[in-house]
Design a protein around this ligand. Sequence first.
Ligand code: GAR
Length: 221
Amino acid sequence: MTEPLKTTVLISGGGSNLQALIDARDSGRLNVDITHVISNVADAGGLDRAERAGISSSVLPHGDFDSRDAFDRALALLIAASAPDLVVLAGFMRIIGAPVLEPFQGRLINLHPSLLPLYRGTETYRRAIESGDRQHGASIHFVTAQLDGGPVISQVTIPIETQDSPDTLAARLSPEEHALIVATVELFTRHRVECADDVVLVDGLTLVQPLQLQADGRLDP
Ligand code: GAR
């Protein structure tokens, strides 16, 4: 077996996606070593999940810094301390800039609750419902300087029901996000995916459209 993929997870909230990664690690599905969890929110529920799983964590409150740049520089140092192969933004609700992007280019991925390029930013569920969309979903993309704009690796799609509210839609998407993040990180553990010139390569081939999560939990073109 190859070395476990050293993975740092950035969170701001409940950390259910972090938990999905921990559970997949514990069940043997994911060959990852989650070496560090970083939160910009001191009482993020995900910090308790990390502690229960025996994973070290750090809190870096963005309010303690004079500028976005100073926060980003401190974040970059903190990430570098655990020398990760992969950095997963799993509900990390801060825009990150050059001090983090440059040293970790190609190793930063973000989970976003929409079918990108639709609905970058916040309130994606409400915006999808109000637009009359028939489907919604989540995407995982490489992080670039553009908000939610980097090349998309994988997506999961669910139908929007006529009676859906943003809350019911979010609740139905959540378990699908968990499956998506596990399947996508699994690709990294197998060294099957990389980012080159703003393009995603899977098994060395350019991805023309995001991989889609299948009912069996695998990702297919
Ligand atoms: C997830 O739904 C994720 O898609 C979203 O935050 C939630 C985190 O949940 N991310 C974003 O909105 C990023 N723009 P969790 O804390 O339970 O994993």
